[in-house]
Write a protein that binds this ligand. Structure first.
Ligand SMILES: [Fe+2]
Ligand SMILES: [Fe+2]
Length: 345
């Protein structure tokens, strides 16, 4: 992993290199000097956060490195105001001794790694889709722009996989072989495609909904992994950051040639509810399009049946019961129509 090490003390650089290389590649930067361009990986800051001029210099570096989402700050002691200053600057993790650096980076690297298949015999349709999802997310995480043809390719892999083997197979095998954000994207896309086919959408509409599902959470690629992969409940501040992902996704896509208004609508509004209690725009029923209504149902269902390291997957039957309990938020006739998708053999 690339570690962009920013410090106000040049003598710290050899020690950090000795500690991290060759497992990681260290790119050092002394505060006040030019920031290297085009970096991804983790930003590690070790500087005196009690000095206002240093803080200002760090802020400038962070402005230039907005594409790096993981920011590890080394503070000399856990004095509360220094730790607070680190978080105020955008730290996603703070350590107070050099001993903690290696395990913390290992944790960040593990979280950043695309979900790996547990077996070598992953069905090709799933392996192909997952690898396109992985490259899309890592491109966006690395500050590169998104390639719409990747989303189209991933979607067509999902459509072909379901056409060949059925949605039930897709849902079961994806849950068997993948974890985390990719599993969620693979499941939402599969469910949405299955839903569109069940309703009898013509092929272009199936594809449109599939692409919207493929891209619906792309904004999560810019959410810190410490929040994205947190095993426990998010606190209020983390939740507020997580809730930015629909707008981040919309902003990533809005100027991309070939992205239709319906797809943008799906990405921005898949957390809206008919009763106006959703986000980010608190839309009401009449403002929520059909595509978004289908996508929201698919998204919630997929999230419920996902397997996570810290909780077992919910059965499709139980997940469908929860959807039915969301009357008022989701469109009742659509939820009824979704029964055949949810309980598919
Ligand atoms: Fe989402
Ligand atoms: Fe989602």
């Amino acid at each position: 992993m690339l570690v962009h090490f920013v410090t106000d003390e040049p003598t710290k650089i050899p020690a950090i290199r000795a500690m991290l290389e060759p497992q990681h590649r260290v790119v050092p930067q002394i505060l006040g000097r030019e920031t290297p361009r085009g970096l991804s990986g983790v930003l590690m800051v070790d500087a005196d956060l009690r000095a206002a001029d240093r803080v200002e210099q760090i802020r400038r570096v962070l402005d230039e490195l907005q594409s790096i989402t993981e920011k590890l700050f080394v503070v000399q002691s856990h004095v509360q105001h220094v730790v607070s200053q680190a978080y105020a600057l955008g730290a996603t993790a703070v350590v107070s001794s050099s001993r903690e650096i290696v395990p913390k980076l290992a944790q960040m690297e593990l979280a950043a790694r695309p979900a790996k298949a547990h077996c070598s015999d992953v069905p090709p349709a799933i392996a192909d889709s997952a690898s396109v999802f992985a490259s899309m997310f890592s491109a966006v995480r690395g500050g590169k722009s998104l390639n719409l043809s990747d989303a189209e390719t991933a979607t067509s892999h999902v459509i072909n996989g379901i056409a060949a083997n059925g949605l039930g197979w897709w849902l079961d095998d994806v849950r068997k072989y993948h974890e985390g954000t990719f599993q969620h994207c693979l499941l939402v896309t599969g469910v949405a495609v299955g839903f569109a086919l069940q309703i009898g959408f013509p092929p272009p509409d199936v594809e449109r909904l599939g692409i919207a599902a493929t891209l619906h959470d792309i904004g999560k690629a810019r959410i810190p992994l410490s929040i994205l992969d947190k095993s426990g409940k998010l606190d209020a501040c983390e939740d507020e950051i997580m809730r930015r992902h629909p707008v981040i996704g919309y902003d990533l896509l809005k100027n991309l040639p070939g992205v239709s208004p319906q797809i943008l609508d799906g990405v921005r509004h898949h957390h809206e509810y008919l009763d106006g209690s959703g986000y980010p725009d608190a839309l009401k029923a009449s403002e929520i399009s059909d595509l978004v209504r289908l996508l929201t149902i698919s998204d919630i269902f997929a999230a419920l049946i996902e397997s996570r390291p810290y909780r077992p997957a919910m059965s499709r039957q139980d997940a469908y019961v929860i959807l039915r309990q969301m009357d008022g938020k989701l469109e009742r006739p659509l939820v009824k129509a979704f029964q055949k998708v949810a309980l598919v053999a």
